[in-house]
Ligand binder design. Sequence first.
Ligand code: NAP
Length: 316
Amino acid sequence: MTEQRIENMIVVGGGPAGYTAALYAARAELEPLVVEGFAWGGQLQNTTDVENYPGYPEGIMGPAMMGEFRAQAERFGTRFITDDATELRLADGEINTVVVGGEEHRAKSVVLAMGAEPKRLGIPGEQELQGMGVSTCGVCDGAFFKDQEVVVIGGGDSAMEDSIFVSKFASKLTIVHRRDEFRASKIMQDRAREQDNIEFMTPYAPTEFIAGDDGKIAKVAMENTQTGEKKEIEVGGAFVAIGHTPLSNLVEGQVDLDDEGYVVCKEPSTQTKLSGVFAVGDLVDHTYRQAITASGSGCKGALDAEWYLRDTPPSI
Ligand code: NAP
């Protein structure tokens, strides 16, 4: 019977954080294995033009950018499994096991980079019109809505922040929230209210995003959550900003998670409570959630893992 290979590092997740971790680890000659997911590329796989990642002055499509990240990691010896991890058995300073389908892969260190996903409303038209006027990222897509009327759905800080950003481009922006009270901090609400082109519409919940003849969003149908009154407003864009869900279910009960399910690290490092297990990117980030911040975090994770393998590697 042949001995099963023990990897230096397995990166779980194939978004900007995971690929950047792999690039750094590969250049450190650690030959990382990336379990990149069946739908590799992470949230950027669902993004059109990316104009805010330095180094692409003309912008680049999200999937193409992820292809380049992946190719750069591959160039230095990264290997990939294009499937989803189904189970992680993490150890404290010992050998970890990553299960993909029926196969077990063992590693001295693991970099968790599973990311997060934007919460969805689950209404008709939301999925179909994604990239056709419906967006879950104001900071990413706001500039495409110059001089258009748009709505932002949500009542938290994300909705306020997206609104303040997008209102620089949109002619008029309506914040649609299902209650009269807001979860957003007062200062963020005040900043939004100070903008001349931002209006608030409460207590309304969207019930459908409706396409026009050109296939792009044309209207949002809404319902008053108290009276049941129905309304439609014409829009050129709709931003859904109702929060994110970190994809931490595979590590629940193994590493510390905060109240919202984000992995807790021993900051400023990326180390979880388990030696040899690191967490990076949107899986740990409540706040910034940009490709560039995820990449930076992935770099930190790889360096932390590299130092761990150098200084205190698990005995085999
Ligand atoms: P959040 O605080 O959980 O707010 C989500 C909002 O979306 C809530 O108002 C919620 O309504 C609404 N919502 C949820 N599901 C909905 C549904 N199905 N239909 C309609 N509305 C729905 O999430 P967040 O705004 O992303 O903020 C997350 C964390 O990041 C917070 O701690 C926030 O302070 C932080 N953050 C900070 C900043 C900043 O300081 N610059 C920026 C962004 C985020 P209800 O209120 O009725 O539940």
